[in-house]
Each structure stands twice: as C-alpha cells, then as structure tokens.
Design a protein around this ligand. Structure first.
Ligand SMILES: [Ca+2]
Ligand SMILES: [Ca+2]
Ligand SMILES: [Ca+2]
Length: 313
C-alpha cells in the first residue's frame, strides 16, 4: 500500500488510541526486532473475509525487522475459533507476550508468543482446554495479513517450489523489495495438518496474506495445542532483501530438531505432547548415575569388610 495512506492509517490509529487511552504493547528483542500487539485487531467479517476494523481481537498488529522495515504485518497471527477471534487481555514480559484465556465454543483458549533474541522469529502456542466431560470439536482459523500488500509473491515453500499446498508446512513471501515473511503452520510428522490454506485473508491494506484452517478436536478434560512459527526479513538478522539467504534460513523449519533452540528449549514435555500439529522430541536430559540399591550396598560393604579382615589375619 502507498506510504501516505499507511501513514494516514497510523496517525488515525495513534489518535484513536490517544482518545481511548489504549496502550500499545510491544516486545523488542536483544537482536533488535520489534513486535507490536493490538487488542483491537478484529474484522467486520471473519479470519479470511471482510476488512480489519477496531473490534476486539488480540494479535500482532505489526513488526519491525532488525534493519528497520517497520511494516512486516497489517494484523496477523490471531486465533479464530468457529469464526470468533481470541480477544483476551494481552500481557508482555521480556521476550514474551500472552493473551489471557477466554471461553470460545466451550473451550478455554489462550495464546503464548515467544520472541527469539537470536533470530528474527517467534513461536506462537495456541492452547485449547476442554473442561467438560465430552470431546469438543471446533474449526480454528489462523490468518496473517502482510505489509507487503499488493506486491506479495511466493518466494518458496517447504517442498522447494512456489506452489503453496497443504503438503507444505511453511511458505515464504515478499514484495520484491524488502518485506519477507516466513509462515510456518505445522511441522512434518504432526498428527493434525491444516485442512486448507488460503492466500486471501481479511482486507487490511489489501487481502494479501496467508491463513490456515484446522479441524480441532479436544478430548474430554484435556488440553490440545497448535504451534506456529513465523520469521521476518532474512531471519538471521543480516538484512531484508536477500531472499536466497531467507530461504536458506527457513530450512530450519523442516523439523522440530533443527529450529533455533531459542524457540523450543523452554517447552515442557507435556506441552509438546499436547501439541497436535508438531512432532518432535526435546533434547534428552543428562543421564543420571544409576543409584545402587541399599541391599547391594550392604552386601558390598560386608564383602569389603570380610576381605579387609582376611588381609589383617
Ligand atoms: Ca503494517
Ligand atoms: Ca496488507
Ligand atoms: Ca509447495
């Protein structure tokens, strides 16, 4: 979208926030990327229809790459459940942001964002807890509208071509100048993969973006999670125009084990096992020295004592 229109929108947004006393919330990483959140990222349609407006939806409003591109998104990476966006309170702390739990279609839904201090990327963990005694099935939609607007074109997908199908777990797009987005919707081996992708999302300076739909069932009294990753610019923080480098850096999203550990090391085995669109294992903890049973220790002590006594004779 043309710069003056975007500036106008930004000024209008700033004026609206000032008049409403709303506080912009953001995370700035050690590497220097910046990530902005909004609690009013809703649309007058759905996740993939209508236009952005200031209705409730808690999500990323924008992001700025380490080298200063401040228009990576126009509202992105929110969670829609049966057509209703998650709109809980946003809390930021250090390199994390979280959206408080809210009941949607009977599920307690929340979201946790973790921003890497070593690469230009984040992990989004969407949590769905079923407090009832029966399974609950919902449709989850996850849209990302890109700042690359009408210039958006596919650079690469995980299969190596420029055709984005549900066989691809990630795709990379850019506008031919600077705004490169890497969007990861699942990891190979995950039990649940998207039923559909779309390259058309809600209109926010254009409908260009990527979105995924998941048919999610949460068993009775259980939690299931969906995990996403997204990178901006060249991911490694070196710039925002070298798509070959960006594509090389996106290869880490081909498996859980190869993803930068800044985005995976904090996960608990329980959380990982509850995540249905990812397959992976955490690094094994150090092997403890096996403890000998007390009875064996007594026997050993007795044997050594007898041996010593015989020696003394
Ligand atoms: Ca933007
Ligand atoms: Ca846009
Ligand atoms: Ca492909």
């Amino acid at each position: 979208m043309k710069l003056h229109i975007k500036l106008g929108l930004a000024l209008a947004c700033t004026a609206w926030m000032a008049s409403n006393g709303a506080q912009a919330q953001s995370v700035t990483t050690t590497l220097g990327s910046n990530w902005d959140f909004t609690a009013t990222g809703g649309t007058d349609g759905g996740a993939f229809t209508g236009s952005c407006e200031s209705s409730p939806a808690s999500l990323l409003s924008d992001a700025q790459s380490t080298d200063g591109d401040s228009d990576m998104y126009d509202n992105a990476w929110g969670i829609w459940v049966d057509g209703v966006p998650l709109s809980g309170a946003i809390t930021t702390s250090g390199s994390t942001a979280s959206v408080a739990a809210q009941t949607l279609s009977g599920l307690s839904v929340s979201a946790d964002y973790l921003f890497s201090d070593t690469i230009e990327a984040f992990r989004l963990l969407a949590n769905f807890t079923n407090p009832t005694g029966s399974p609950l099935s919902v449709t989850v939609e996850v849209p990302a509208n890109f700042g690359s607007d009408s210039g958006t074109a596919l650079v690469s997908t995980s299969s190596g071509d420029t055709s984005f199908t549900t066989a691809d777990n990630w795709a990379q797009t850019w506008d031919g100048s600077s705004e490169i987005n890497t969007s990861v919707f699942y990891l190979p081996g995950g039990a649940l993969t998207p039923s559909a992708y779309t390259e058309t999302v809600f209109d926010c300076s254009g409908t260009q973006g990527l979105g995924a739909t998941f048919p999610l069932t949460v068993p009775a009294n259980s939690t299931r999670r969906l995990m996403f990753f997204a990178g901006i610019a060249e991911i490694d923080g070196t710039g925002s125009t070298d798509t070959a480098n960006a594509t090389a850096n996106a290869q880490q999203f081909n498996s859980f084990a190869s993803i930068d550990s800044s985005l995976t090391a904090d996960l608990s085995p329980t959380a990982l096992s509850e995540t249905v669109n990812v397959s992976g294992a955490l690094p094994a903890p150090p092997t403890p020295v096996p403890a000998l049973p007390l009875s064996l220790l007594v026997l050993l002590a007795g044997g050594l004592g007898g041996f010593a006594l015989r020696k003394l004779k």
